[in-house]
Design a protein around this ligand. Structure first.
Ligand code: ADP
Ligand code: ASP
Ligand code: MG
Length: 424
């Protein structure tokens, strides 16, 4: 990365999240930061999110418009129209940011995803960027114009608007940094870096100067929403120098970098959580080869993201199959399973939508045993019951009752001594 061609100005990508562009004052504050970098000689590409709360509002409109007559719950909605609606928030802020920069004497122009274009797959609601055509944008750099990109959106092969999944503006930013060979990708947000856990739940959480791509990837995929998972994946693949910083304070942030660039390291480096999970149990399915494929095949084809899976010990040729997924995917999952009831042969579906997932993450786990048992002991001491467990090389995750989520995060943070600096 950061391949600066001779004779052209160095490039920088600066991304501002929802709280950082929540109103005109904040947009002005963000624009001041952009101006500062422009004055240092960078060609800046600004990526903006929608104003805080705006995307939630748009999602709610879509859900309410898709409520079957008389139903309390929203039904399944057309994901192409979902994208047409929810991409709108970023259109507003990109225009406002370009206007604000112009007012400050910084020549700038806004670009929607389709105008660049940012090409994506057709997986509406969770599309992946396949290519960014930078020729037009680069020509404008040559004319002294800085770019403001509406984050979160792209264009499908058939020309329709797509969105990249919640939090997707981070991914837009990293993808542009990679495509443009930017020197850095700075993610400005409402916290001043990546912490050992969400500082809004544990005030004793400690800011990390650096975090390895792999750990950040794991934390993000387990729910730490400070960076979208896909953005970390891209940064890791294209070696983008990624920084998380505060929009409101001039203090050093967190650098996401290679493991080798980090000197001190705890065994566990962070705790992540995901609040809105659900646990589904298919009761009494035949215990035969192919049963898992007959359940998870249809779920995958419906675009349901299954997380943890447990098959219970069978008796009398029957077994129970339990899995977890995001709470907002329950309708999609039950529709897929109802459609295959005869083929699978289940007798009952039990849904528990009051669970949350807590995970401990650290690359130190590769070489240290005992993390799981320490975790289980800490939760037991607080009387928190564990419903499902999964592990990987660098994480242990448990599903627990949502009521105990905050308690669990805090007690694990203390149990692993995360408020203290690691020994050198
Ligand atoms: P933006 O709108 O700027 O994209 P997000 O709300 O998506 O901001 O992400 C920032 C939030 O992520 C913080 O306000 C914080 O509550 C949350 N968060 C969760 N885990 C962490 C963590 N480990 N470190 C820092 N912030 C975290
Ligand atoms: N506005 C979108 C969201 O709220 C994308 C983003 O903020 O990154 O998910
Ligand atoms: Mg975000």
């Amino acid at each position: 990365m950061s391949t600066q061609a001779p004779g052209r100005a160095p490039r920088l990508v600066m991304k501002f999240g929802g709280t950082s562009v929540a109103d005109l004052d904040r947009i002005r504050n963000a624009a001041m930061r952009v101006k500062r970098e422009v004055e240092k000689g960078y060609d800046v590409t600004v990526v903006v999110s929608a104003m805080a709360g705006e995307t939630n509002k748009l999602v709610e409109f879509v859900r309410n418009a898709s409520r079957p007559e008389g139903a309390n719950h929203p039904g399944l909605f057309d994901s192409r129209e979902y994208d047409a609606v929810v991409a709108a928030g970023e259109q507003v802020t990109s225009g406002l940011m370009a206007l604000t920069l112009q007012e400050m004497g910084v020549p700038a122009r806004s670009w929607m995803g389709w105008q660049v274009p940012v090409r994506t797959t057709d997986a509406h609601g969770a599309a992946r960027i396949t290519e960014i055509e930078t020729t037009n944008l680069e020509r404008k750099f040559g004319e002294g114009l800085h770019a403001v990109i509406a984050g979160f959106q792209g264009i499908a092969p058939d020309g329709r608007i797509t969105t990249l999944g919640r939090g997707g503006s981070d991914t837009t930013a990293v993808a542009f940094a990679a495509a443009l060979g930017a020197e850095r990708c700075d993610i400005y947000t409402d916290v001043d870096g990546v912490y050992t856990t969400d500082p809004r739940i544990e005030p004793k959480a400690r800011k990390l100067d650096r975090i390895a791509y792999e750990e950040m990837l794991e934390l993000a995929s387990l729910g730490a929403k400070v960076l979208q998972t896909r953005s970390v994946e891209l940064a890791m693949r294209y070696k983008v120098r990624l920084q998380v910083l505060s929009s409101f304070e001039d203090v050093p942030g967190t650098l996401v970098c290679d493991e080798e660039e980090i000197m001190e390291q705890n065994v566990v480096s962070g705790i992540a959580y995901s609040r809105d999970e659900a646990k589904v149990t298919l009761v009494k399915v035949p215990d035969r080869p192919g049963i898992a494929a007959s359940i998870f095949g249809p779920l995958a084809r419906s675009g349901v993201n299954v997380d943890m899976i447990v098959q219970n010990i069978g008796a009398d040729g029957m077994t129970d199959m339990t899995f977890s997924l995001g709470k907002d995917e329950i309708a999609k999952a039950t529709a897929a399973l109802e459609g295959e009831k005869a083929a699978i042969g289940w007798t009952d579906i039990v849904i528990d939508d009051t669970v949350a997932k807590v995970s401990v993450v650290g690359i130190g786990m590769r070489s240290h045993a005992g993390v799981a048992s320490k975790m289980f002991n800490a939760l037991a001491a607080d009387g928190v019951n564990i419903k499902v467990i999964t592990t990987s090389e660098i994480k242990v995750s448990v599903l627990i009752d949502r009521r105990y989520l905050e308690l669990a995060v805090r007690s694990l943070h203390a149990a692993f001594g995360l408020e203290q600096e690691p020994a050198a």
